[in-house]
Ligand binder design. Sequence first.
Ligand SMILES: C[S@@+](CC[C@H](N)C(=O)[O-])C[C@H]1O[C@@H](n2cnc3c(N)ncnc32)[C@H](O)[C@@H]1O
Length: 279
Amino acid sequence: MEIDNEIDPRTQRALLERVHHHTGIFMPERKWTLLQGRLRRRLQALALASYREYLAVLESRPEELGHFINLVTTNETSFFRTPRIWDYLSQLLPRWFENHRGSTLQVWSAAASTGEEAYSMAMLCEEFRALHPAFRYRILGTDIASEVLAVGAAARYHGRNIEGLRRSRPAWLEKYFEPADDGFVVSSALRANVAFRQHHLHQRLEGAPRFDITLLRNVLIYFDEAGQRRVLEQARQAMQPGGVLVIGESESLGWLESGFAFEQPLVYRRQEARHGSHA
Ligand SMILES: C[S@@+](CC[C@H](N)C(=O)[O-])C[C@H]1O[C@@H](n2cnc3c(N)ncnc32)[C@H](O)[C@@H]1O
């Protein structure tokens, strides 16, 4: 069916606003072409002729929301993205282990997308555990989008991201992955320590342990200032005092009163307690 690309300003504004309302992602009017392109295939799948009809579907059928969220989120990720952060984390593990004998390291890959970040962390931990068998770790990957979480849980990868890993750490591809179908599946030893679950970063993460490390990378950029504050407050509440927060390369907490103290570029520490709040 031919889709009517003429769109009335009310429908356009309403769809951009729906993105913000459901995900916290701030989409100003100049992002309309991007949103329109992403929603187009959903209109085709539903045989709808206009964006106005799609808006009506979104507002009347609760089950449409999951599709909408899967389409409007940007899920770009890779294994060991931003190499210097992984150098920092591999140096952090011995220090953490020294100070927390008998504890399990709890890591949160917040906005985990398809799981490459969570499994990168698991590889780092497995390497450390090979030297220190008493070391224990658990990694939780969360994301608002269900499709990417399903990829993380299935732990099957191929294409560009596997090629990137083959170039950067060929021995680890060999060690922690097995060939499967047209790609590779993460070994069961890694998968045993990694779990995925759906979570909206604006909300409290219920039923999770207090995290020692939170990887909150390449997601703050999508939120407006109020949204960033909200997400950081939820992250703060989910973390151990002194826990490490890692953000993305194009992000900064510089101007936010966030409850985290700067440690080095991209790395912050959760402060003990926040003035006027209870940790
Ligand atoms: C660009 S990816 C970043 C993936 C990974 N953290 C990295 O740095 O490679 C951004 C992810 O944030 C997720 N996301 C967007 N808004 C979210 C929200 N409100 N709550 C949880 N996840 C969200 C998207 O679904 C997407 O998978």
